[in-house]
Design a protein around this ligand. Sequence first.
Ligand SMILES: [Zn+2]
Ligand SMILES: [Zn+2]
Length: 218
Amino acid sequence: MAISLDFSSQGPKFVRPEILQHPQIPGPLSGMNPRTIFGKTWWDNTRRAAYRANHFYCHACGGAPDDDPYKSKLEAHECYEVDWKTSTATYLKTAALCYRCHSFIHAGRLRMLVERGHKKATELVAVLRRGYDLLQAQDPPLYPFWRTYVIYLEYVEKVMPRVAVSRARDLRLVDPFSTIHPPDDHWTLVVYGVTYRRDKSGNVKAKAGNLPTLGGNG
Ligand SMILES: [Zn+2]
Ligand SMILES: [Zn+2]
């Protein structure tokens, strides 16, 4: 029996809008991720497996990337569980997302690009509105990560930053930084059970005696 590799007529296997609730990764962890630790080959294999897993549709909205007005290409997003009390991010897996869903999760980065003049504010507003509406359409309605929600209020609802933060708190989308005060420079990344930290010169190092195994058990 012939096996068809043409997924175009199959549609997505699953839709997981809750991916849009993913936290924005704390600043100290930027540039410290599995793709930089394991390198290009690992990353290419991992992201391609993520694309195939949902027949080349977005894992969050189930949309075809061709329908995205800004970028008609799937992107890969590293999913983490973030523990704000211990300043630890644990890599879970990589998801394939359309540009708008991915930009919604990284709203802080998109806002920075708007403020530097590299992207239009209309794009940020459209991305935030769409992601928020997708979450609210769930039963029960879902809310984005608090920081994404604050940016949403600031740009889409045009409320003052302070009002935005207090509204996010009213919904119990509490800013973990304001309540926990983590040791900001000492974030730890855990990938396949191995702990990584930055040394004094900023290089990412696996904890001694705990060396990585490529591919691992993930
Ligand atoms: Zn999507
Ligand atoms: Zn991402």
